[in-house]
Structure formats: structure tokens, C-alpha cells
Design a protein. Structure first.
Length: 359
């Protein structure tokens, strides 16, 4: 049987007895076309994600610690969907300062109040939306008191009641619990999927480190809401669930590359080098995908800023940060620390490969 060519070209890399070398012609072509590629800008030998893992872990720890301190100092606000309270919507004409109106109502009834202006694009009508979070919803007398206060304070704005919604504190608590349960179920299913799909590279540990990366991303997205001083509402759940899908997709791509490379090299590279190689091979795709998604959401955020659409702003800003955090945790944390766990106490990291991998 003829000897196999030791310089066979596989997916842009030359595989043989020598270390893996980047296809220089491909890198030059990528640079000529303006593509964002890791190897074309940095070279495959210039950075080891595994060796720098503690630096990246320290950066993440610093960000998370800052978020914890900020939360302890300024507190975490729950919106009425989770805490209970009332939402009052008023139509008006002319100009009106929502912050001044909120302060006026807060001084009158002695409850925390937030207010914002909404606009109907179909009719160009504007509304003042007043949120009062609390353990008890407003009584009819209190609603009348607020309406009279606004009409007397802003007599030229023709303020009229449009809608009144109340949420009982018990219902708000129940919604919060259901939201947390939904996140837990989603996380468990994600770990189970990673466990089964990557059983050939020790699925349980791969699933656990994917879960830790997801937890990292969720906390960063949550702290963005805290920094924005935005009440925690259903938007947080939407952002977190979106980030879960985004982050685990990036993690699966790198795990899949590690699995394929483990079959290709069959122990010729240490697991740390194999992990670094797999990350480098996946980095171009991850960066391009993240930048495109970030740019699309950034456009939505700019649109929301231009038209003062608070709901879109509240969703898009944490989502942009979450995309960056998801790519960061996958590349710099999940895979390198999984590799460290697999090679603990002098192990090679290949002992638990599934028997069904063909020789």
C-alpha cells in the first residue's frame, strides 16, 4: 500500500510530521480580499489562548465583581411584571417632561415612580406612561388623585386617562419564578445536548464548561441592565434566552472543530495545542458572525435612539454586550479551561475518547 503523502493539504493546513503550518497563499488572498481572518493578521504562532486563559479569566472576574458591587450599592429594580404595581397611560398635547411628572407623582403618593413618553407612529399621538412598582396596586382614589394632580400641574396639556393596568404582587412573583424556571430548563437542555453530541471528547465535562460560559454571559447581560438602571422585566428574559442560543452556538462550533481535529491528529498534538489550533481555525467564522450580528443590532439601537423607542433601546444594548460576551467566553474561557480540566494531574486528555472513533 503506497505511503500516504505527509504534506497533504487539509482545509488550508498542511498535516504531517511537522507542526501545522498556515497556508500562506490563502492568508495573502484573504488579505487581498479584505477578509477578517485571525491567521492573516496575527499568524498562528503568535498567540496561545490556552496560555493566556488566566488573564482572560481575570478580566471576566473584574467585570463581574464590578457588576456585583454596583448592584449592592445601587440595588436591583424589579419592574411591575415581577414585583406588582400599576401602569397608568395618559394622552396629552404639547410638550411634557416625563422626569418632572414622575417626580411630581412620587412626592404626592410616596411611592417610587418612573415615567416615559411613547409615540404612536400611525397617528403621531404621544402618551405619558407612568409606572408605579410596589407590593400593592393603586386604589381607585389614588388613580383619581394622580389624574387630578397632573391636570392641575399641566393645565395646557389636555391630559386624559387612556389606560390603567394593575398587577398583583402575587402574580408578579409567580411570573418571576416561571421566568427563572424557564431559564433553568433551557440551560439543562443545552448541557444535555452538548453532552450527547460531544460524547467522543468527554461530553459531560464539555457540557459543564459550556454551562459555565453561559452563566458568565447571563451575568454580564444582567449587569448591563443594572448599569442602565433599567427595571428587570420580561425584556431581561428575552435577552438572556437570545444570548443562551448565541453563546452555545459558538461553543458548539469550537467543540466540533476539536472533535474533528482529534480524529485527524490522533494524539500527535497535545490537547492544549489541539485546542489552540481548533480555536484559531474557528476564530474567523466567530469574529465575522459576531461583527455582522453586532452591526445589525447596532443599527436597531441607533434607530431606537433617534426615535426615542425605549423598549428597543432596553433590548438592543444588553444584546450587543451579550454577543460580545458570548464570543469572548467561548473563545477565551470555555475551550481553554475544558482543555485544562481534561489534562489535570498529568493526563493526556485523550483517555476517555469514545471507542467508536475509527482508527
Amino acid at each position: 500500500m503506497p505511503e500516504r503523502d505527509k504534506t497533504a493539504k487539509i482545509e488550508g493546513f498542511y498535516v504531517g510530521s511537522q507542526p501545522v503550518m498556515v497556508d500562506e497563499a490563502k492568508s495573502k488572498e484573504d488579505r487581498r480580499r479584505g477578509l477578517i481572518t485571525f491567521d492573516s493578521y496575527f499568524g498562528h504562532k503568535h498567540l496561545s489562548f490556552y496560555k493566556l486563559r488566566y488573564l482572560f479569566l481575570g478580566l471576566s472576574g473584574l467585570v463581574l465583581l464590578t457588576g456585583v458591587i454596583f448592584s449592592m450599592v445601587f440595588g436591583i429594580q424589579l419592574d411591575i411584571q415581577f414585583r406588582g404595581g400599576s401602569i397608568l397611560q395618559y394622552s396629552y398635547t404639547g410638550d411634557l417632561d416625563p422626569d418632572a411628572a414622575a417626580e411630581l407623582i412620587e412626592n404626592e403618593i410616596g411611592q417610587p415612580v418612573s415615567a416615559q413618553i411613547t409615540e404612536d407612529f400611525a397617528t403621531d399621538a404621544t402618551s405619558l406612561v407612568v409606572n408605579l412598582a410596589g407590593n400593592k396596586s393603586l386604589t381607585t382614589d389614588q388613580q383619581t388623585q394622580i389624574r387630578e394632580l397632573l391636570t392641575s400641574s399641566y393645565p395646557d396639556n389636555n391630559i386624559q386617562v387612556e389606560d390603567v393596568q394593575t398587577v398583583d404582587a402575587f402574580i408578579g412573583k409567580e411570573m418571576l419564578i416561571k421566568g427563572i424556571v424557564a431559564l433553568l430548563i433551557a440551560s439543562v437542555l443545552i448541557v444535555g445536548y452538548v453532552w450527547v453530541r460531544f460524547i467522543s471528547i468527554s461530553g459531560p465535562s464539555a457540557g459543564v464548561f459550556a454551562l459555565l460560559a453561559l452563566l458568565h454571559d447571563i451575568l454580564i447581560a444582567f449587569f448591563v441592565f443594572v448599569f442602565m438602571r433599567s427595571p428587570i422585566d420580561e425584556t431581561v428574559l428575552a435577552v438572556v434566552l437570545s444570548i443562551l442560543g448565541w453563546s452555545v452556538n459558538d461553543t458548539i462550533v469550537i467543540y466540533d472543530r476539536i472533535r474533528e481535529n482529534s480524529r485527524l491528529y490522533r494524539g500527535k498534538l497535545s490537547l492544549q495545542d489541539l485546542t489552540d489550533l481548533s480555536i484559531r481555525q474557528s476564530l474567523t467564522r466567530s469574529l465575522n458572525t459576531a461583527l455582522c450580528s453586532f452591526a445589525a443590532i447596532l443599527i436597531a439601537y441607533i434607530f431606537a435612539l433617534a426615535y426615542n423607542i425605549e423598549s428597543i433601546k432596553t433590548f438592543t444594548l444588553p444584546m450587543m454586550i451579550g454577543i460580545l460576551a458570548g464570543s469572548y467566553s467561548t473563545i477565551f474561557l470555555a475551550a481553554p479551561f475544558w482543555s485544562q480540566w481534561k489534562t489535570r494531574k498529568g493526563r493526556s486528555g485523550y483517555e476517555q475518547r469514545a471507542k467508536h472513533i475509527e482508527e
